[in-house]
Design a protein around this ligand. Structure first.
Ligand SMILES: Cc1ncc(COP(=O)(O)O)c(C=O)c1O
Length: 511
């Protein structure tokens, strides 16, 4: 991961690279075209903040030029994250950049808009709202990861309080989850000192086994995580089966549903699927607004069933600029734009609009799956709305084939498409797979182009013999190991051995 950036030592800085093939022309930065100024032949500042200003149009042009070398988000089929919103809301979101969402006193309407979104999401997830039930609650977050951290903290604190009240040891909490969890669950467990207890996938089952999950529960279990739409195959885990087993065995163990992607899909494409607050053991649910909630990154949501499941000592009443607010977040300041963007999508699209979009995406992913199947691919994802609108597949088993999923991903990359290959969770016999996420702006026309390129990529690889493939592998390896900004990665963290990826070779999925 390149997010944890390495600070270079002085000895690692490149020496000033100068050339003077012909003398420069005297120019005036204010009048001259950007590419006629000395900035166009200077190396961009990289390690030290420059002493002097750069004219704004030149700074903007230089950064735009650099960013144009990034991939095209529309062709990035690895990501669940929204790449299209309507212009009307883009303008409102831009206008709101300067609003600090935490400042409820100054921006009470932004706060009110968050509350409306929490209410709408909670009802979408069938929270009890009758007079006899307690008021539920929720909050916006930066994404599902923050929401999951909060949900995990709440389950841990509730369990600790219960153990303390019973005079029992509360030093060894554990959490139960599928080995195909998104990396944020590994982070939550590690950051908050909770033992990870995994239900492992097999080479034919990529979702949690409810029976095994419930069998793993012991007195130190703070909760079970069930995923509505796994990151790898998009399948829905059987939350109801876990719930029913807990009820049947009279076990006091809460379920948190990680509905990062499925929370805005299942209610529209499979409304009869019972996975949410209709189940008594489900105490909290997270969902990413920036995935199928159809907002640009980053916004997420987490909802709790009742105050019992969000212990008071985690919530801070903060008097900020004169107004009291109850706050449960990991960060403090953040922009208001994304919460506003979420509200726009809710009132603009309504349930009918979401249903229409999610149905189209399902139809497109079903079409793509059937085309891939005709080409001999083994489809691992669900169709007809029984899972997320994505296609996950692997190459057919063939001892004579000289290439693998990673080579196919590389071929597609050369045609502009970002289609990831993964190594599945441990105990899945190190199975390799590929996945294409169908997002709102991936219409049939784009799907047709992809299928054509997919066929060409397969033809190209089929035409390679063992020798050519060996050379191609070396080319891919060199290509993969030498990203342009490799020097940003800190050597100390390159070879981590503590996560499912480090230990077992599972690829932490991009999402
Ligand atoms: C199942 C699941 N949970 C959690 C996450 C993390 O979500 P976010 O990127 O919103 O933090 C993802 C990301 O795709 C996911 O697929």
């Amino acid at each position: 991961m390149v997010h944890l950036a390495k600070v270079k030592k002085d000895s690692e800085l490149p020496s000033a690279r100068q050339f003077d093939s012909i003398p420069p022309i005297e120019t005036n930065d204010a009048d001259t075209n950007v590419y006629g100024t000395h900035f166009a032949v200077d190396h961009m500042p990289q390690h030290e903040m420059p002493e002097r200003e750069m004219p704004r149009q030149i700074a903007a042009r230089m950064i735009k030029d650099e960013l144009s070398l990034d991939g095209n988000p529309k062709l990035n089929l690895a990501s669940f994250v929204t790449t299209y919103m309507e212009e009307e809301i883009e303008e409102i979101m831009t206008d709101s950049f300067s609003k600090n969402f935490i400042d409820y006193e100054e921006y009470p309407h932004s706060a009110e808009i968050q509350n409306r979104c929490v209410n709408m999401i909670a009802r979408l997830f069938n929270i009890p709202t009758d007079a006899a039930s307690e008021n539920a609650m929720g909050t916006s977050t930066i994404g599902s990861s923050e929401a999951i951290m909060l949900g995990t903290l709440a389950m841990k604190k509730r369990w600790q309080n219960k153990r303390k009240a019973e005079g029992k040891d509360f030093s060894r909490p554990n959490i139960i989850m599928n080995s195909a969890v998104q990396v944020c669950w590994e982070k939550a467990a590690r950051y908050f000192d909770i033992e990870e207890k995994y239900v492992f996938c097999t080479d034919t089952r990529f979702v949690i086994d409810p029976q095994q999950a419930v069998d793993l529960v012991d007195e130190n279990t703070i909760g079970i995580c069930a995923i509505l739409g796994t990151t790898y195959t998009g399948e829905y885990e059987d939350v109801k089966a876990i719930n029913d087993l807990l009820v049947e065995r009279n076990i006091d163990c809460p379920i948190h549903v990680d509905a990062a992607s499925g929370g805005f899909v299942a209610p529209f494409t499979d409304p009869n699927l019972v996975w949410d607050f209709r189940l008594e053991k489900v105490v909290s649910i997270n969902v990413s607004g920036h995935k199928y909630g159809l907002v640009y990154p980053g916004v997420g949501w987490v909802i709790w069933r009742a105050v019992e499941y969000l212990p008071q000592e985690l919530v801070f009443n903060i008097n900020y600029l004169g107004a009291d607010q109850a706050s449960f977040t990991l960060n403090f300041s953040k922009g208001a734009s994304h919460v506003i963007g979420q509200y726009y999508q809710f009132i603009r699209l309504g349930k009918h609009g979401y249903r229409a979009i999610m149905t189209n995406l399902t139809r497109i992913s079903d079409f793509m799956a059937s085309e891939f199947e005709k080409l001999g691919m083994v489809i691992l994802s669900q169709t007809q709305g029984r899972g997320l609108p994505l296609v996950a597949w692997r190459l057919p088993t063939d001892p004579n084939r000289v290439y693998d999923e990673f080579a196919l991903a590389h071929q597609l990359r050369e045609r502009g498409w970002v289609v990831p290959a993964y190594t599945m969770a441990p105990h899945s016999e190190k199975m390799k797979m590929m996945r294409i996420v169908i997002r709102e702006d991936f219409s049939m026309n784009r799907c047709d182009s992809l299928i054509q390129d997919f066929k060409l990529a397969i033809d190209t690889l089929d035409a390679m013999d063992k020798n050519m493939m060996a050379k191609y592998r070396v080319h891919m390896k060199n290509h993969r190991n030498q990203p342009r900004h490799q020097s940003l990665i800190h050597r100390h963290y390159l070879e981590e051995k503590h996560s499912l990826q480090g230990k077992d070779g599972k690829t932490h999925g991009v999402c």
